[in-house]
Design a protein around this ligand. Structure first.
Ligand SMILES: Cc1cc2nc3c(=O)[nH]c(=O)nc-3n(C[C@H](O)[C@H](O)[C@H](O)COP(=O)(O)OP(=O)(O)OC[C@H]3O[C@@H](n4cnc5c(N)ncnc54)[C@H](O)[C@@H]3O)c2cc1C
Length: 150
């Protein structure tokens, strides 16, 4: 979020379109409200509940589902990322390739002979989650029975 604010402070007119009813929808409401407040002070226009449906071929116009069109010289796309289980080929061990995550038990086991850690488990897409899970999974591979992940 620093890039739009930096641009705004350099004098660029900035508009943020967010599908959800508020900014940072995965965080506590106060966080998104605070960001909206400080962004407004930088003259950033925030459009919430606004889904981008189409971008013009030259990338300078974005159509929103509320009928509005935003035009600009530059477009920054920051819509997130998701897992692609089909690309990993987990169907070969009987897992659903259309699922968004690999379901794991407390010992990070997904099925016989397959464990998973990190973003793909859907437990929180943070480095420290992976670091927390890794020794639990490794201990299981080594035949130990550590305390399960909380
Ligand atoms: C822009 C950005 C900023 C972030 N900032 C933070 C932050 O400040 N703090 C924080 O805690 N987290 C942050 N994260 C999240 C953090 O990077 C991830 O949660 C963490 O890297 C997850 O670790 P992982 O091992 O699950 O996946 P990754 O680190 O993505 O590692 C997966 C690896 O698997 C490889 N791979 C994929 N498919 C295959 C395949 N078929 N065969 C072999 N290899 C394959 C990939 O190339 C990759 O190297 C950020 C993420 C992004 C994108």
């Amino acid at each position: 979020m620093s890039s739009p604010r930096a641009s705004a402070r350099f004098g660029t007119a900035v508009t943020i379109a967010e599908t959800q009813p508020r900014l940072l929808p995965g965080e506590e409401p106060e966080v998104g409200d605070l960001l909206a407040d400080v962004s407004s002070k930088d003259c950033i226009q925030i459009l919430t509940g606004a889904t981008a449906t189409q971008v013009s071929p030259d990338g300078t116009a974005v159509q929103l589902d509320n009928g509005q069109t935003c035009t600009a010289e530059r477009l920054l796309v920051a819509t997130g990322r998701r897992t692609d289980l089909a690309a990993l080929g987990v169907g070969a061990v009987g897992l659903d390739e259309q699922a968004r995550i690999i379901e794991v038990d407390g010992h990070l086991r997904a099925t016989d002979g397959l464990g998973a850690i990190g973003d793909v488990t859907g437990k929180g897409a943070f480095t420290h989650v992976s670091v927390y899970q890794a020794p639990i999974a490794a201990a299981g591979i080594l035949g130990k029975e550590p305390e399960p992940a909380e």
